[in-house]
Design a protein around this ligand. Structure first.
Ligand SMILES: *Cc1c(COP(=O)(O)O)cnc(C)c1O
Length: 467
């Protein structure tokens, strides 16, 4: 307690932080960030940190971006909020018009919400109600992927599969069916991988063949399961999922909340599979952390199932006070404009390729690395179990933070997904700090790698430390 600042003491007095054990903060209090600029967060002592996780996966173009700051200031002085039932405004209308141009074909009607989880709730309710109103009231079940994460509200937890978030609340949850995922594994040959992918797909196919009459939708994180530890699976699987779901009148909900807006090198990750989902959820990058805004994008076909005389009772009754807030819409519009004007996807792919090349070079022969996973501007280092019973990722994260680099742990994994403004030089620093932090951990713990790695056959499970 003694070397905490006044603000830190007050923080611990009042605030119950998300996704954390408050007791941990007694020895390691939350950092109080005073301001931020570009890639950097600056704490109350003036110390700078490279924000290599885009502040919880949201930031695309750097903190306090001058272009965004300018439009938000203008918007604040024009219209800050208006009830969105029966009222509209230019930023919301223009945002939909611009989104339609960049979304996969067919997504052209939009609903607004203010966070990712609530737009997952909307997507699930929309799918159920669509079937109810088109003669299939028995379609009430959801399918999702093993290890999925779709948010932490009660409905979203039902389609999620990360135990640390779900376990406690099971009695409250409507559990969906979970299916196996063909994770990319570089140790498999092309033939072996194909066999594995077929197995996973057959698992789904059997479930659908037997139960399609009661399945409303299938929801996926496209290609990358973030909260599972940046687990990546094959685009071909997603393509087959799309074909199968279409055949059986099952909606495909594409949760692009984390992976949308260029993160994987395409505007939306589902484009790697060349598919068109029925419903897409977007948030995070949509407003880059400036304002809580999320959207559900649907097809005209789904929209039409709700379009009727008032008396028929087919309306979609789901509203949030902050639906369609003008500040959020104006920010999102500017972000789409930056994409158009600054060739952002090229930048992501170029910097991503550099990050991948450098990371592979640096970690290639390190005996403690189990796997390096990469797509777009996301990298994840999975470590072998070099210190059984220890929170390995967590401790490496803490060492890296002291060195001025913010990465994040999930169990034995540390990952980075920096804002797109990061430079090659900063990528070098990020990787060097990761390497140094891991080696410092090994040295502090006096780990004898030879002995420890002999018995490394533990499966990746018991993720102790989310995000
Ligand atoms: C963050 C996230 C959510 C939940 O969004 P919130 O705004 O945190 O409620 C849902 N799905 C995915 C894939 C996410 O990464």
């Amino acid at each position: 307690m003694s070397n905490m600042t006044e603000l830190q003491k007050k923080d611990l007095k009042y605030i119950f932080h998300p996704c954390a054990q408050m007791k941990d903060f007694e020895s390691n209090p939350p950092l109080v960030i005073k301001k931020a600029e570009g890639l950097y967060l600056i704490d109350e002592h003036g110390k700078k940190y490279m924000d290599c996780i885009s502040s919880w996966w949201v930031n695309l173009f750097g903190h306090c971006n001058p272009r965004i700051n300018k439009v938000i200031t203008e918007q604040i002085n024009t219209l800050e909020h208006v009830i969105f039932a029966n009222f509209a405004h230019e930023p919301a209308i223009e945002l939909c018009e611009e989104l339609e141009k960049v979304l996969p074909k067919g997504l052209n009607k939009f609903l607004f919400s203010d966070n990712g989880s609530s737009c997952i709730e909307m997507a699930l309710k929309l799918s159920f109600q669509y079937h109810l109103q088109t003669g299939n009231p028995q379609k009430t079940k959801f399918i999702s992927l093993q290890n999925a994460y779709h948010g932490e509200t009660i409905g979203a937890l039902g389609v999620g599969d990360v135990d640390i978030f779900t376990e406690t609340y099971r009695p409250l949850i409507k559990e969906g069916r979970k299916v196996k995922v063909p994770y990319i594994n570089e140790n498999l040959t092309a033939d072996e991988f194909k066999k594995y992918e077929d197995e996973c797909f057959t698992d789904l196919e059997n479930l659908v063949n037997e139960n399609h009459h009661e399945i409303a939708c299938m929801i996926v994180e496209p290609l990358v399961q973030g909260a599972a530890g940046m687990m990546m699976y094959s685009p071909n699987y997603l393509k087959r999922v799309r074909e199968l779901t279409k055949k059986f009148n099952i909606h495909l909900i594409d949760d692009e909340i984390a992976m949308g807006f260029g993160r994987t090198g395409k505007m939306f990750a589902c484009e790697h599979a060349g598919i068109e989902p029925d419903i897409m959820c977007i948030a995070k990058g949509l407003s880059s952390g400036y304002y809580p805004i999320a959207m559900v994008c649907i097809t005209t076909e789904i929209f039409n199932a709700f379009y009727a005389d008032y008396k028929e009772g087919k309306s979609f009754l789901h509203s949030h006070t902050y639906s369609g807030n003008p500040l959020g819409c104006r920010i999102a519009l500017e972000i789409l404009k930056i994409f158009r004007e600054e060739q952002v996807l090229n930048t992501v792919n170029k910097k991503g390729a550099y990050l991948k090349k450098q990371a592979q070079k640096l970690f290639k022969d390190k005996p403690y690395i189990k796997e390096y996973r990469h797509i777009g501007l996301i990298g994840a280092l999975e470590l072998k179990d070099i210190a059984p019973g220890e929170r390995i990722g967590r401790q490496i994260y803490e060492i890296a933070l002291k060195k001025g680099v913010l990465i994040r742990p999930i169990g034995n994994i540390i990952y980075f997904m920096p804002p797109y403004v990061i430079t090659e030089e900063e990528i070098d620093t990020l990787l060097k700090v990761c390497l140094d932090s891991i080696e410092e951990f090994i040295s502090i713990k006096k780990i004898n790698l030879k002995d420890t790695l002999k018995s490394d056959n533990k499966k990746r499970e018991n993720l102790d430390s989310p995000f």
